[in-house]
Design a protein around this ligand. Sequence first.
Ligand code: ATP
Ligand code: MG
Length: 481
Amino acid sequence: MQFHPFQTLQGRFTLYLSILLIVVISILSYRAISMQQVLLKNAIVREGKALAESLAISCTNTMLYEEIGLVEEGGLLDNYISDLIERRDLDIVYAMILDPKGEVVAHNSLREVGQVYQDEVSLKALASWSTLIQDPSPHLLDISTPLAISTKRWGTLRIGFSLESLRRETASLLFKYILYTSLFILISIATIAILFGFITNPLKLLSREMDRVTTNEDLPSIRVDRRDEIGALQRSFYEMVKRIREGEKERERTQKNLLLTEKMVAIGKLTAGVAHEINNPLGGILNCIYHFKKGGQPIEKQIQYLDLMENGIKRIQKTVVNLLEYARNPNLEKTPTNFSSLIERTLSLLEFQIHKNQINVEQEILATLPEIRVDSDQMGQVLVNTLLNSIQAMPNGGAIKVSLKTADERLILTISDTGQGIPEEILPKVFDPFFTTKGEGQGTGLGLWLSQGIVERHGGMIQLFSQEGKGTTVEIQLPVS
Ligand SMILES: Nc1ncnc2c1ncn2[C@@H]1O[C@H](COP(=O)(O)OP(=O)(O)OP(=O)(O)O)[C@@H](O)[C@H]1O
Ligand SMILES: [Mg+2]
């Protein structure tokens, strides 16, 4: 049997495990990257803060000395700022000194000197009496520290650090995590596939073997050599097939015996019937011969004996003719036959008896009946037998209904009568050879038996339903093709 890859255990397991791996590794990676980001930022903050605070001391001193006139006003602050900007180890975007009102006293960009900064970041920096760390944008870190001694304040030093390196670092980390995760998942899938192969390959082999077994008489050629769970499965399967095979053989044996028994019973019944049907009239005939031999019988008696002998011989002849009929032609001479005209012919053949017994015949025949291939002589025999039975069951008049229809590629003929019906206890015997309820010399009890044989040779079946006192229905089903 072929499966879609994701229907197999291997496929499903790999899919679920891959999803699980992707989810777990993504969560872990996200957390690790976030932590790494925090650590990196903290390092920049620490370093920036230390730098700003140490530079603030020099700047404060310079501003104090300038105020009290110890040094001349002359670009010292600008030197500090430009030294700072030139440092390559830190990614500094700007550095400036603001006076308490926000006016730029020194700046790495000379154009800014003299401007007054009133933006939010600047105002917060000017108002703070300790080192302040602000994030004006995701890629920028602003560290400001007051230039003051005690409560005397000359201004504020502000340094802007770029967080671009942090972003780059994070991106490269992310890339590495994705790469490793993909590699890990690929390796996992390969490992799962290989590991599962150990389990599923023997299972596939077993399943192939199972498929083969249904179409093969032999025992499966599976090697039962494993000492694990799969080995146990192989063994159970092997044993099961063995048991099934034995069961099948046993069933075949029983069926053969049963068929043989059925045949013996049938032959027994037939022989007993033949013996009875021939022996009885023979006994009568022998009796007549005995009286003839004795002689001295009046002529009327002799005529009576001759009549009796004639009747006896006719009865034996009828039995033999019927038996020959059955044995005569097991091969059917099938020709395309119009069944409704066959019924018509049979009814006109029996017209005399029908009329004599005052029977009303009704027909219900489907207009579009297919032609059917049957041996019309033998099938005619079946119709005569069944219709005669119905006629004989209605000595004081009644009705016969013949209906013909098709269903599921079969022709269904039913013949119902309103005759005396059949008692329940003898219903199972009516198809037995020589079973008859009709008086001595009237019926051979072969009619239904013969008819059943003919219908079955046509691949059909005949059934009889009856209710005592109400009537009988015979149903004959024949395959159309
Ligand atoms: N339509 C029927 N109504 C009542 N009984 C029936 C009907 N058909 C069959 N039987 C019963 O089944 C028995 C067996 O029928 P079957 O046709 O085999 O033999 P038979 O009619 O007795 O003898 P034969 O057919 O040789 O004249 C009959 O004796 C009768 O009791
Ligand atoms: Mg009959």
